[in-house]
Design a protein around this ligand. Structure first.
Ligand code: PMV
Length: 321
């Protein structure tokens, strides 16, 4: 069997994180500037069923059977083989690399799972569909998140901007005008599962308040979908800021995130918000093309450890995928 390689992007949530866990809508886009890759090489001399795993970014190099049941990479490999009904595949090594920052809201875990599922299924001659890839990544996400909404695995496996709602048909976005974004990393690592768990506890303690917040966010997401469709960049930016304020009310922001949002707004961003689980990780700012370099400098001076430019191109057609 020939060597195979698969690669998947990172992702960023433009609108609707946290509320999406409670069945509100969210808008997420792939971030192609950061990626994971899995390369499969046949191990011709080895007996069937031998699988070597290497992931240098997290110092992993061992046989599959040395990885714990709860190890996300081991789980993704085993689940893929199980779905393919293959017990002892022809021996192979899988080498996983990534330049997606970990625990920063950019979907590194889901992207790794997608690369693993796609490369192994292709190597074994039964390449999975995007939906099958997404389903495997969703199962693995449960290890990190407890109860994930499914937005990360969906946008990464499909590789297109999506309007997502748990359990509903996924819709791609129509984009009236290209949007330019800067993603800025606070450098603070936060575990999605812990932040999501804390919101759940507070929702259980005060469901009325939190359900209202989730509803307000849902309205913002749908208004943003309409603004993006007609190319109303100013309104899109204002809605980002409103979404950030509601995430602050939900107590998932962090002083470092708030500082970067304020810096972005003082440096002529059209809008800015935290993205992902919060308590650290990244913020995203919407910016006109000519304001990109000064905004990047301002964010780095305000303490961002990394900035990434990404775009939402105006060429997508609204359709069911
Ligand atoms: O993985 P992160 O940090 O992008 O967070 C995912 C977004 C949440 O809405 C907070 C959780 C979820 O499952 O959707």
């Amino acid at each position: 069997m020939p060597a195979t390689s698969s690669s998947y992007p990172g992702k960023i949530i433009l609108f609707g994180e946290h509320a999406v866990v409670y069945h509100s809508h969210a808008i997420a886009i792939p971030v192609n500037q950061v990626r994971t890759t899995a390369v499969i090489t046949p191990l011709i001399q080895y007996p069937p069923g031998s699988i070597e795993v290497s992931a240098p970014d997290i110092n992993t190099k061992c046989r599959l059977n040395m990885l714990a049941e709860t190890d996300p990479i081991g789980y993704a490999v085993r689940l893929t083989l199980q779905k393919l009904h293959v017990d002892k595949p022809p021996a192979f090594s899988i080498h996983i690399t990534s330049n997606i920052p970990i625990a920063a809201g950019l979907g590194s875990g889901a992207s790794v799972s997608c690369s693993i599922a796609k490369s192994i299924s292709t190597y074994l001659g039964k390449p999975f569909s995007p939906v099958e890839i997404s389903d495997i990544a969703f199962e693995v996400e449960k290890l990190h998140h407890g109860i994930p909404s499914g937005v990360d695995n969906t946008v990464i496996a499909i590789g297109q901007p999506v309007l997502f709602q748990h359990g509903e048909e996924i819709q791609s976005l129509q984009v009236g005008e290209t949007l330019n974004f800067i993603i800025a990393d606070t450098g603070i690592k936060a575990q999605t599962g812990e932040v999501v768990g804390s919101v759940r506890l507070r929702w259980q303690a005060d469901p009325t308040r939190f359900d209202t917040l989730f509803q307000q966010i849902d309205h913002i997401v749908l208004a943003a979908r309409d603004a993006i469709r007609i190319g109303d960049v100013e309104t899109t930016g204002k809605l980002m800021l409103k979404n950030h304020q509601l995430l602050q009310d939900m107590e998932v922001s962090h002083p470092a995130l708030d500082r970067l949002v304020e810096t972005a707004m003082s440096a002529n961003a059209l809008g800015a918000k935290l993205s992902g689980a919060g308590w650290g990780g990244n913020m995203i700012a919407l910016v006109r093309e000519n304001a990109l370099p000064p905004l990047e400098n301002a964010l780095l001076q305000a303490g961002a450890v990394r900035v990434i430019r990404t775009r939402l191109e105006s060429s997508f057609e609204e359709s069911h995928v």
